[in-house]
Structure formats: C-alpha cells, structure tokens
Ligand binder design. Structure first.
Ligand SMILES: Nc1ncnc2c1ncn2[C@@H]1O[C@H](COP(=O)(O)OP(=O)(O)OP(=O)(O)O)[C@@H](O)[C@H]1O
Ligand SMILES: [Mg+2]
Length: 305
C-alpha cells in the first residue's frame, strides 16, 4: 500500500523518529525493511534500545536499521578523492593534499554531502522491500531533495567541460584509464537515478506535524518549497493529538489542539492525513511503539482508496 521508499520529515521534535520507527515496524511485517537515519543527532538506537553503530544492524527478522555517521562517511569520501587527486600531483605534495582533505572532512557542508551520498547509494544500489528514512528537521530534508539535482547538473557541466578541454584530455591521456571522467560519469548516473526515483511513485514524502501553530506554518512552507521542484507530500501525519480532559489546563490544551486540527484538515485537504493520538508515556520499542504502529495501521486503513 505504501511506496517502497518513504522519507519522513518535519519540524524538530514533532515525532519524525517515532513515526519512522513505527512505519518501518509496520512495513517489516510484510517485507524486508531498512530504517535509515540521516539526522546527525540519531535517535533510532535509543528507540530500539540497541548500541549505536554506523553499520546496518538487524533488529528483527525483517527489520534492519542504519544510522549514517557523517564523520566516517566524509572521511571515506575524502580519502577516495585524495587518492584520485594524487594522480595529478607529485609525491612531494601528498602530505599537503592529505592535510587539506583532513580539514575538508571537518566541515559541516562536506559531512552533509557525504551523508547524502551514502543515502543515495543505499537507495539506488541496495535491494530492500521498503526503505524508511528518518530525516533531520525540515531544512536538512529540503536540501536533501534539492542537492542531487544541483549535483546532477554540475557533474554534467564538468563532464562536458572535460570533454571540450584538449589540454585536460592531453594530461589525462597519459594516465591509466580516466578516473576523473569515470567518477563524474558514475556520479551523473547516480544523481540522475535518484532524481528520477524522487519524482516517481516509488518515493513518498511524509511530513509529520503536531496540532500547533509553528509546525503547521513550517509544514506549509516545506510543501510550498517542494512544489518548486515538482514534488508533493505523499501524506501528512498529525501526531500528538491530545485526548479530552476534565482538568482545566488539559481541557484548554485539548481545545487548542482541536482548533489547530480543524485548520490542518482545511489547509492540507489535498493530502491524506493520518491522525495519531498523544500517548501518556515515552515511546520506545517495548513501551508505546506497538501502540503507535497500531494507530498508524488503523489510520492508513481508514484512508479513502
Ligand atoms: N504520539 C506520541 N505520544 C507521546 N509522545 C510522543 C508521540 N510521538 C512522539 N513522542 C515523543 O516526543 C519526543 C520527540 O519525538 P521524536 O524524537 O520522534 O521527534 P523528532 O521529530 O524525531 O525529533 P528531532 O527533530 O529531534 O529528530 C520523544 O520523546 C517521543 O517519545
Ligand atoms: Mg528524530
């Protein structure tokens, strides 16, 4: 029923990691599912109460989890680039080059690029029944959708520049093969494949929000930004809807949430809405998560087909 690849995004703290985990548990009932986190501040190992690891970990028979580590990704990535670059410089400059790439590896932008690169490889090259991606707060998720198109265009420009440049061809002609050109071509194909997937029915973007003003406004802006790239959310999860209460304070919170819920139903009427109640306690695999899985299952089932 759900697309094979699901991106789960939304404002900080609305319940992205919780909903990604619940969606992955639900999907793993029928197919081999990978739950991936691209948020540098990972939470999945906390939710599943396992030790953090940058490798894929098996949680259950059909459920696997991977928290991509930006620093180790960027180090591996920079080491590869440095290796390629060594073909163009003399051995005397190797240590300079290595210290340059060590510095690059510390930059936030480089870490984010390497993290996205790993994610794109997982999505385009690994075989999973479903992949659920728990993302960092909204800005990061939107960059994740925009960056590959920029990189696709950029690698194409570099490739055509390289083909035009007789000088460069002269230099590269002396080398065994053409690593730079091969790498650019590989990247161009990778980003093109990702962009095609992003605009296909294989990918669904799910935004999580709460019945409160700020998440509503942030979701509206994110949806608007996606529309510039010809994308739209697959569904919205309205999470943490409080129950009615006799208590004065909680009755006010309930009334406020109901008011915002009505706004959400009106403003986001174009998208399927999955409404999930606020639970009374923490949500971990062994406390509360199965309740959320059940709530999600029921909400999905009640969507018009
Ligand atoms: N339906 C719910 N009922 C009760 N608590 C919830 C619910 N959904 C999420 N929570 C709790 O809210 C907190 C934030 O949830 P979560 O970590 O999933 O949000 P997030 O959007 O991933 O946050 P971040 O932006 O920091 O990554 C957690 O303590 C989680 O257990
Ligand atoms: Mg999170």
């Amino acid at each position: 029923m759900l697309p094979p690849i699901l991106f789960v995004g939304g404002k900080g703290g609305v319940g992205k990691s919780t909903m990604s985990s619940a969606l992955a548990c639900l999907l793993a009932r029928d197919s081999k599912t990978l739950l991936v986190s691209t948020d540098p501040a990972h939470n999945l190992s906390d939710i599943f109460e396992v030790a953090p690891s940058s490798q894929t970990q098996q949680i259950h028979e059909n459920l696997f989890m991977r928290e991509i580590d930006p620093l180790s990704e960027v180090k591996a990535y920079a080491a590869q680039v440095a290796k390629d670059a060594k073909q163009f410089i003399s051995a005397a400059s190797y240590s300079l080059l290595e210290s340059y790439y060590d510095n690059v590896a510390q930059s936030g932008v480089a870490q984010e690029s390497a993290l996205f690169d790993r994610l794109i490889r997982i999505i385009t090259q690994e075989q999973w029944g479903h992949i659920v991606i728990d993302t960092a707060p909204t800005g990061h998720t939107l960059r994740l959708f925009k960056l590959p198109l920029t990189l696709q265009q950029w690698s194409k420009t570099l490739l055509s520049q390289q083909e035009k440049s007789h000088n460069l061809e002269g230099i590269i002609g002396h080398l065994e093969g053409n690593p730079l050109k091969d790498r650019l071509e590989e990247r161009y194909l990778l980003y093109s494949k990702f962009n095609n997937l992003l605009h296909s029915e294989s990918v669904g973007i799910v935004f999580v929000l709460n019945p409160e003003s700020l998440p509503i406004e942030e979701s509206a802006r994110a949806i608007h930004s996606l529309s510039h790239d010809g994308l739209k959310p697959y569904a919205l999860i309205v999470n943490k809807i409080p129950p009615p209460s006799e208590d004065c304070f909680f009755a006010k919170r309930y009334a406020n949430a109901q008011k915002h819920l009505a706004t959400i139903r009106e403003r986001f009427a174009a998208f399927p809405l999955l409404e999930i109640p606020l639970l009374s306690g923490d949500i971990l695999e062994h406390s509360g998560l199965m309740q959320v899985v059940e709530n999600l299952r029921q909400a999905l089932q009640s969507l018009p087909r």
